[in-house]
Ligand binder design. Structure first.
Ligand code: BTN
Length: 245
């Protein structure tokens, strides 16, 4: 399969662009929209995604499915997170990890965000729009103290086109045939990449309260499993927990 690559100078959001394309045309599997700059980049949970134009990668990939059940949709988060980590590791970016569910970290800094938006058909995922924002050559993160870029971390400049193609190839490798893989099958390699796994950590809950715990694993439905006290485990979804440090 080949990529259908659409290059834009600017758009609100490559995820939104691909979503509109799905409504108006019939884009093929592995259509990719890449924009030099986004005017209204979107992050998880309604947040904005800020990215300096021309210096970073902001793109979205379309995957179509015949038989991916909604309860297995976390396989997509796993496949894409592993793909991005693979590429960063190959480039010798230090301490690459996945901050659950799919922020890609280098050390204690976030370098990449992933926004997966699934179009459901009953109890199945019909299409998935996989958005990636990777901070590459941007060096100024004035108002974002937890964010960084590959250049800031490694001191090197990266060629955006080469990097894009490495990511696309690696994503395709992990996303091909994903329908017949199960979360349980893929979890071990994902859990190995987990940021702050087994370290005493501080979290906030949805009411703003602080609590301590250890990241132990991820459930087959994609929830984060924390050990709160000795052998007291609890599952959390994205809205219920946020890792502070
Ligand atoms: C996050 O960390 O909250 C997810 C950020 C995802 C950003 C990417 S950039 C390309 C695509 N288009 C968007 O509007 N968002 C994603």
């Amino acid at each position: 399969k080949h990529f259908q690559l659409l290059k834009l100078d600017a758009t609100d959001s490559t995820n939104s662009y691909l979503k509109d394309l799905l409504r108006s045309e019939n884009p093929s599997d592995y259509t990719v929209v890449v924009a030099e700059r986004q005017l209204k980049g979107r992050g998880q949970m309604g947040m904005v995604w800020q990215s300096e134009g021309g210096k970073n990668l902001t793109f979205s990939m379309l995957r179509r499915f015949d038989a991916l059940s909604v309860k297995h949709q976390f396989v997509l988060n796993i496949a894409v997170s592993i793909a991005v980590c693979d590429v960063l590791n190959e480039l010798l970016v230090p301490d690459v990890a996945v901050k659950w569910p799919n922020d890609i970290m280098s050390g204690s800094k976030k370098v990449c965000g992933i926004l997966i938006e699934n179009v459901l058909k009953g109890n199945r995922v019909g299409q998935s729009i996989i958005g990636i924002g990777l901070n590459v050559n941007q060096t100024d993160f004035a108002n974002l103290d937890k964010a960084s870029s590959l250049k800031r971390i490694t001191g090197r400049n990266f060629n955006l086109d080469e990097l894009l193609h490495s990511l696309l190839e690696r994503m395709r490798f992990h996303l091909d045939g994903i329908e017949v893989k199960t979360v349980t099958q893929l979890l071990p390699s994902y859990e190995k990449l987990l940021f702050r796994k087994d370290k005493p950590s501080t979290f906030t809950n949805d009411k703003g309260g602080l609590f301590m715990g250890y990241i132990r694993k991820v459930s087959p439905s994609g929830k984060l499993v924390l050990e709160l006290e000795d052998r007291i485990f609890k599952e959390f979804d994205l809205k219920e927990v946020s890792l502070l440090y």
